[in-house]
Design a protein around this ligand. Structure first.
Ligand code: CA
Length: 529
């Protein structure tokens, strides 16, 4: 008896725990994730879906042949390509969604934020009045006027053991509000990020500034004094500083979160001298050659980061998520050539809810979890990064102020064929972001479910229905031919907009709000149109 008790105690004290550890280790290996991998979000500004030599469609397009991005090609070979990844039509809405998991409809930062506080960036419009959107952006502090108060992703990661680094363009909130400074959002280190949405200059010889009447530009890039007066292109300076900042977490053996948000390839479209010559030789006009050099400079940065991971034996325990914040700019004369042609076959570009404004090149590499060279066709939205990254970081039930609209795409990372055609994605842009008029460049909403896409034009009340499977260019509006799909989608879409508290602009001539899509449709049906 005594003998048994002894051996029983021994069993409980030694064998059981060791066995449990082995069992847990086995289950971990079978079933779960590497413990707190390093996470890099590599976010490019204004990069279009085809501004890369990696094709994200069924075939390589003329644009894929124009651009040279060997490091993105490597990432695609070693990771997963998302062929239906989406962001919002302009900058700040995407960045706020990424940091909060909220849909832009709900967080109400529906347009780009001015660097100056309390400044509405809506371009004046003769027929529609702007909504009361959150024009000062994201705030980690309650009761800041015109902001969305939310728990930001880097703050949660920091609380859960991550060393958090912000590098590049922030553009989360206006000057004088807490959200303008990345260190208030949970980033331990901030390199060159502030309230500005684009650089005054990409050149070190300009000090990344372009003074006006002897005064620094509003968009002078802060924090890179080390490179002032040198020949270092902004993209390169940011990369060098990011890699330098990684030394601290490596020394401390702490997992890191690097938010590498390039100012490239946003305007001013300036030549990156390291790469521009070959694009001139290809016969591109000045602006388009400069643009291609910005793209390749960004790709070089990606390559340097991949090399750093290899050199420090970090590749296997680091997940990289490559993304852009909105579609490629397609207005002229900011771009060369003809307006609205820079994303063809996609319709329109930055600012639009048509595919050219929201469809993005997205890649994810995560050795051991993501199958090399795989392709996922399930559609995902920028809102999804927040819950996905929290899951990757093994953060369970974080305390959040905000409701999360995004869904984790971890199941897709594990199995590229995972699909959910019933999910609905929603875009809401009750704003006018520039003077130019163009295809759904202002005042529009849209949704996607399965292959169906519905576009709602606020000014005209037009509802357009497209089937993206055979009409990725949104050239054939089949609303009249598909009345049942139109009705079904319009009802679901209206419910989603209302559920998230969508703000609708008002008509200046009578002060009436733009109608919900379902109201428009039932009026059309009752009038026999
Ligand atoms: Ca942008």
């Amino acid at each position: 008896m005594r003998q048994w008790r002894h051996s029983g105690q021994r069993f409980i004290r030694w064998v059981l725990p060791v066995g449990s550890v082995l069992l847990v280790a086995f289950m971990t290996r079978m079933n779960s994730l590497p413990k707190q991998p390093n996470i890099i979000v590599f976010l490019v500004d204004d990069m279009g879906w085809q501004d890369t030599s990696v094709p994200f469609w069924t075939e390589a397009t003329a644009f894929n042949k124009r651009y040279h991005t060997p490091n993105m090609e490597r990432l695609a070979r070693e990771g997963m390509k998302f062929t239906n990844a989406y962001a919002n039509p302009v900058c700040t809405p995407t960045r706020v969604s990424l940091l909060t998991g909220m849909n832009a409809t709900r967080h109400r930062v529906t347009n780009w934020t001015s660097p100056n506080r309390n400044t509405n960036t809506d371009y004046p419009d003769s027929s529609l009045s702007p909504v009361n959107w959150n024009l000062n952006g994201l705030s980690p502090v309650a009761d800041v006027e015109h902001t969305v108060y939310a728990t930001p992703l880097p703050a949660i990661l920091s609380d859960n053991g991550y060393y958090t680094i912000h590098c590049g363009k922030a553009h989360f909130g206006s000057a004088g509000t807490p959200g303008s400074n990345p260190t208030n959002l949970g980033f331990r280190v901030n390199i060159a990020g502030s309230e500005i949405g684009h650089p005054a200059s990409y050149l070190g010889t300009d000090n990344y500034d372009r003074p006006v009447n002897g005064k620094p530009s509003r968009n002078a890039v802060p924090g890179l004094d080390l490179y002032h007066g040198t020949d270092t292109f902004l993209t390169e300076a940011l990369t060098k500083e990011a890699l330098k900042a990684l030394e601290a977490p490596l020394k401390q053996q702490q997992p890191f979160f690097l938010y590498m948000a390039h100012y490239a390839v946003h305007t001013p479209i300036m030549a990156d001298k390291r790469f521009v010559d070959k694009y001139h030789q290809m016969g591109l006009d000045g602006t388009e050659a400069n643009y291609a050099s910005l793209v390749e400079g960004m790709d070089k940065s990606l390559g340097d980061i991949l090399q750093f991971l290899d050199d420090h034996k970090l590749t296997d325990n680091t997940i990289i998520l490559f993304m852009s914040d909105n579609g490629g700019l397609s207005t002229t004369p900011l771009r060369g050539g003809q307006a609205h042609t820079h994303n063809l076959p996609l319709r329109a570009g930055k600012g639009s809810v048509y595919e050219g404004g929201i469809r993005e090149p997205m890649l994810v590499r995560w050795p051991g979890v993501v199958k090399a060279g795989s392709t996922a066709s399930q559609y995902v939205l920028i809102d999804d990064f927040f819950p996905t990254i929290l899951q990757i970081a093994s953060v369970k039930s974080p305390k959040l102020i905000q409701p999360v609209d995004g869904r984790s795409f971890l199941p897709i990372l594990r199995k590229s064929t995972w699909s959910d055609p019933s999910r609905m994605l929603v875009w809401h842009h009750p704003n006018r972001w520039i003077a130019q008029e163009g295809p759904a460049l202002a005042w529009a909403s849209a949704c996607r479910q399965g292959d169906w896409k519905l576009v709602y034009q606020h000014k005209t009340g037009q509802l357009e229905l497209y089937n993206l499977k055979n009409d990725i260019g949104e050239q054939h509006n089949v609303a009249a031919q598909e009345p049942q799909q139109l009705k079904r989608l319009t009802t679901l879409f209206t419910n989603e907009l209302q559920k998230m508290g969508a703000q609708m602009p008002t008509f200046t001539h009578n002060g009436q709000a733009v109608r919900w899509p379902s109201e428009v449709l039932s009026r059309q049906l009752s009038s026999g149109r």
